[in-house]
Design a protein around this ligand. Structure first.
Ligand SMILES: NC(=O)c1ccc[n+]([C@@H]2O[C@H](COP(=O)([O-])OP(=O)(O)OC[C@H]3O[C@@H](n4cnc5c(N)ncnc54)[C@H](O)[C@@H]3O)[C@@H](O)[C@H]2O)c1
Length: 356
């Protein structure tokens, strides 16, 4: 018996929403049934893919009752959209960050828990084969005990990117737009981060928002990390271009993460695994490099395939609303540490949000 394609609606047909629409259209297991976005351009996108066009999500949910919804709206609209979907019993894939504030994320998590309807957060990198393999290698102990992690996200955004006012203001900078993906990957590969100490700088662009940051972190496992971030520096050292998985960036083969353990070291995404030739080697003995092969699959395709399985009830979200909330809390912790010039733990922000 051939099963019917999953009927999926899209909320928001902007930059990433347009990519989701194309992915849905190409996938034989999905049918893009509706696009909700009041922008004039969104009507053309709906026409292009033969989908119905709506300006209001609730009307669409009532009339179409899709099998699943992809939410690619501005961050401040995520929580209300997720809550509407789960209250209609409809699984959703919500773009990152899960919400714009921890308070909103908590409301969203509570709705998901109350209804039991699955929510997948769009940290697409977790579906990339290099990130999945790095997590597996660490979990299997291929590196021995994880000791230290060095991560980088640096790139040079063009001047016109900042014509939009919110990108120049606190909250609109690379911490919450870009580094949040790395925070999520590092949590996924290495486990939770329990404390951070951060410095930020805005001296290159001179906007109110940060353009660069350096961060020291302690993972719950005891491993230590240093992360460097800038959106004002020429660099191939960012996962988006290094992994060749991104939808709209050139591929610049390089590394973004360096993990070192008591037995081996791993560079991601080149997937070079370095270890001693002999079991009892030390720094006076040569290292050998083994390339870990990957399956060649694509992060966004894998993410959609996973969402289809969630809709079918054969999988649970690889990144749940609660997990997405912890990634958001950890990233906001970095911002608070830089602002208040002191070490901060994510738990402090969770406690504050619960008491607010
Ligand atoms: N995972 C990724 O690779 C990735 C990449 C880019 C953006 N994002 C995330 O996706 C989300 C959208 O980002 P973007 O860059 O596509 O933004 P965007 O501004 O390009 O698109 C947002 C769209 O939402 C529409 N919209 C606004 N209010 C609406 C409403 N009330 N109802 C329906 N539609 C409405 C706008 O008209 C616009 O078309 C953000 O949360 C962002 O963080 C994720």
């Amino acid at each position: 018996m051939v099963s019917q394609p999953a009927k999926i609606a899209l909320l928001g047909a902007g930059l990433i929403g347009g990519e989701h629409a194309a992915l849905l259209f190409r996938n034989p297991k999905t049918e893009l049934v509706a696009i909700v976005d009041p922008a004039e351009a969104a009507k053309s996108v709906a026409d292009q893919y033969g989908a119905r066009h709506y300006c209001d999500a609730l009307t669409m949910l009532e009339q179409i009752r899709p099998d699943g919804v992809i939410i690619a709206l501005p961050n401040a609209l995520h929580a209300a959209a997720v809550i509407a979907c789960v209250e209609h019993g409809i699984p959703c894939l919500v773009e990152k960050p899960v919400a714009d504030t921890l308070e909103a994320a908590m409301l969203l998590v509570a709705a998901a828990d109350r209804t039991g309807v699955p929510v997948l957060v769009g940290h697409h990198r977790r579906h990339s084969p290099d990130i999945a393999k790095a997590r597996q290698l660490v979990a299997e102990g291929a590196l021995g005990r994880l000791v230290a992690v060095n991560a980088m996200w640096m790139a040079d955004k063009p001047g016109h990117y900042f014509n939009t006012a919110w990108r120049r203001e606190p909250g609109g900078g690379p911490l919450l737009i870009n580094l949040i993906h790395d925070v999520d990957c590092l949590r996924f590969i290495c486990g939770d981060i329990e404390e951070v100490m951060a410095l930020t700088s805005n001296t290159v662009r001179g906007f109110e928002v940060e353009d660069s940051a350096s961060i020291s972190a302690r993972f719950t496992s005891g491993a230590l990390g240093t992360f460097l971030m800038s959106d004002a520096a020429v660099s191939p050292y960012n996962w988006d271009t290094a992994a060749g998985q991104a939808l709209y960036f050139p591929h610049q083969p390089e590394n973004a993460y360096f993990l070192s353990g008591t037995q081996a070291a791993l560079a991601v995404p080149s997937m070079d695994l370095w270890m001693h030739e002999t079991q009892n080697g030390d720094w006076q003995h040569p290292l050998v490099r083994r390339h870990v092969t990957l399956d060649g699959s694509r992060a966004y395709d894998n993410q959609l395939a996973h969402f289809i399985d969630i809709i079918a009830g054969t999988a649970t979200p690889l990144i749940s609303a609660r997990d997405g909330m912890m990634t958001l809390a950890t990233t906001l912790t970095i911002a608070r540490s830089a602002r208040e010039r002191r070490p901060v733990r994510p738990q402090e922000l969770i406690d504050d949000a619960m008491n607010s």
